[in-house]
Design a protein around this ligand. Structure first.
Ligand code: FES
Length: 105
């Protein structure tokens, strides 16, 4: 599936992502800046915050309890906030738009 990342400065990256990869991995592997991912994707650092496009937010499984808790620690969360390491790309996510925050800290 193709995922479009939009950095905080407006730079966009359209990338092909294998099914099963996380949004965090997809961003890191394609030089999308705006994600730190200090814990390497284990869902414990909250430095991989992103925003799902509004049109997609209800088509993607909601955060589990651990992720929901960590999302309380991120800078400027909103109802579309996710930890990008916890969202695994599926075939039906083709065309998903993901926005990155100005900062992870
Ligand atoms: Fe650490 Fe996502 S990379 S919580």
């Amino acid at each position: 599936p193709t995922i479009k990342f939009v950095q905080a400065d407006g730079t966009t990256h359209q990338v092909n992502v294998p099914v099963g990869a996380s949004l965090m991995q997809a961003a890191m592997e394609n030089m999308v800046s705006g994600i730190e991912a200090e814990c390497g994707g284990s869902g414990s650092c909250a430095t991989c915050h992103c925003y799902l496009d509004k049109a997609w937010s209800d088509k993607i499984e909601s955060p589990d309890d651990n992720e929901a808790q960590l999302l309380e620690m991120v800078i400027e969360p909103n109802e579309f906030s996710r930890l990008s390491c916890q969202v695994k790309v599926q075939e039906e996510h083709h065309g998903l738009i993901v926005r990155l925050p100005v900062s992870q800290y």
